[in-house]
Design a protein around this ligand. Structure first.
Ligand code: HEM
Length: 505
């Protein structure tokens, strides 16, 4: 004991000295030292963690204040800048951009397919193989499948109305979006989450926790994948008991693997129904490379993860605001009354028609503005040789972000940004707003599923509003507050009571 005390004291002194020296280096000699921002943020990532890792807050909510104080470029962590300037955003996310993805946000083991490919030259040919399966034409041809899942979803509303039972719509929307994307990927019934009682699928609950957990990967991009690999060594029972999010991730991954393997073995789906994985299963003359099974499994995991909560959260946002805004709801219903003459018909009106309805379009747009897919940091790397943004030279290799949240909630462009106001998309100067709309991101890594997302948004909203009256129950404003977990996670769920809309003719 007598001997170890000086050593431990020495160790403490060494650690303190290291932290002090590092802090001095970071604020004076570091390549980003000249950029303004809170000193504490320049010294340590603890500043960011103080906001992000508490359940109440998210760091991105601070950005408007920081830009107000420090200008268009702010040093938000020791090694990362945030830029709030539309010209800079357009430069970073343009077609042909030289800004690669930064590993901090793209290191998740389960999504280690094309999503984690940082460089465009490796991601592009891989992603291009999937692109035709998400084109507008492909999604229009997919409408029978989308419609069948939406009709199943609507039948749950019927049941809830008949039994006067509340519905957890946050989970319902996730169930329908999951079933659509998995049915398409695997040319079968998908994960069939709409069949789970009250939509309380353990997979979806665990997926929520998974996004909470994935926050941590931003802080330790090397440590977290390593930790995940170590936790994988636990037995299935141990994982289910202690880390259900990991158990669910494994279940999804295993389902994806089995289903993709079957498609690959059969050279496509058994009955010829198109699947996303025809991209690799069908012989193609020009193909020089095919991902391996682990990579295709990761792609399937990504399509599911990217296509479920994002679309569902937009539907939740739209529904919550429509419930609380009678005027908007009645305008929308009046428009739909004209456009959807037979709401009970087996044949749903096509998305191609629904998206021409001005008010519905404005509602969808406004819901996307407020919900966003990825509200915060999708870190990119400044190309070798550096770049000039907002008139300032930024060293090559710097991590830089430009959060969608800042643009979508900028009061100079969207007055009263926290008010749900579809009318703003119908005003004479609405075209200007389009340039600040980036829910699906922009450029070569923007959302590949945009057409599928729009189809699901239009069809779900149109038929739900046309056929049912909703009243929120056991849901408060606080439940609808959200956290930046890379995707958006609300603090609670939207629960509703449902009644059929009375037909007046
Ligand atoms: C309202 C719904 C949606 C929104 C707002 C949304 C938004 C986004 C955004 C912002 C990105 C860029 C992410 C980044 O750079 O890190 C993205 C990427 C992606 N989205 Fe979506 N998304 C939605 C629905 C969908 C759907 C239905 C799918 C279907 C599979 C999908 C599949 C993907 C994929 C695979 C990527 C990664 C693309 C890449 O790595 O190059 N998304 N999405």
């Amino acid at each position: 004991m007598a001997v170890s005390l000086p050593y431990s004291a020495l160790a403490v002194v060494a650690v303190v000295a290291f932290l002090v020296l590092r802090a001095v280096y970071r604020v004076t000699f570091h390549p980003l030292a000249k950029f303004p921002g809170p000193k504490l943020a320049a010294i340590s990532s603890i500043y960011q963690a103080w906001y992000d890792l508490r359940p109440e807050t998210s760091y991105i909510f601070e950005f408007a204040r920081l830009h107000e104080k420090f200008g268009p470029i702010v040093r938000i962590t020791p090694n990362q800048l945030h830029v709030f300037d539309i010209a800079a955003y357009n430069e970073i996310f343009k077609i042909g951009t030289r800004y690669a993805r930064h590993r901090d946000n793209y290191n998740n083991e389960a999504a280690d397919g094309f999503f984690n490919q940082l460089e465009l030259k490796t991601a592009k040919p891989w992603r291009d193989a999937y692109q035709p399966y998400f084109s507008k034409g492909a999604i229009t041809r997919l409408e029978p499948l989308i419609n069948s899942r939406i009709k199943k979803f609507l039948s749950k509303f019927e049941l809830a109305a008949a039994n006067n039972e509340p519905m957890d719509l946050s989970m319902g929307f996730r169930s329908v979006t999951s079933d659509v994307v998995t049915s398409y990927m695997f040319a079968d019934n998908g994960f069939e989450l709409l069949d789970v009682k009250d939509f309380q699928s353990s997979i979806l609950i665990a997926l929520e926790q998974y996004f909470d957990f994935s926050q941590w990967a931003t802080y330790w991009p090397n440590f977290m994948p390593w930790l995940t690999r170590q936790l994988q060594k636990l037995t299935e029972e141990q994982q289910e008991k202690f880390i259900p999010a990991l158990a669910a991730t494994n279940w999804i991954t295993e389902q994806c693997r089995l289903k993709v393997e079957r498609i690959m073995q059969n050279g496509g789906s058994e009955d010829g129904t198109p699947t996303v994985f025809d991209a690799w299963a069908k012989p193609k003359e020009k193909r020089t490379w095919t991902p391996n099974m682990r990579q295709m499994t990761a792609d399937a995991f990504t399509f599911h993860g990217a296509g479920t909560d994002t679309t569902a959260h937009t539907l939740t946002t739209a529904t919550w605001h429509l419930i609380n805004n009678e005027e908007c709801l009645q305008k929308l219903r009046a428009e739909l009354h004209e456009a959807v003459k037979e709401p009970e018909s087996e044949q749903l009106v096509s998305t191609n028609v629904l998206e021409t309805l001005p008010y519905l379009r404005a509602v969808v747009k406004e819901a996307l503005r407020m919900s966003m897919g990825v509200p915060g940091r999708m870190a990119r790397v400044v190309p070798e040789g550096g770049a000039v943004l907002c008139g300032q030279k930024i060293p090559g290799g710097t991590a830089i972000t430009s959060a969608c949240y800042c643009y979508h909630f900028d009061p100079k462009v969207f007055p009263s940004p926290h008010t749900f106001d579809p009318e703003r998309w119908l005003a004479p100067d609405a075209a200007q707003l389009e340039s600040r709309f980036m829910a699906f991101s922009k450029g070569p890594r923007s959302c590949i599923g945009i057409n599928l997302a729009y189809a699901e948004l239009y069809l779900n909203l149109a038929y739900m509003v046309r056929r049912f009256d909703l009243e929120a129950c056991q849901t408060t404003d606080r439940d609808m507050e959200w956290k930046d977990n890379f995707v958006v996670t609300t603090k609670g769920h939207l629960r509703v009571k449902v009644k059929r809309v009375e037909e007046d003719n």
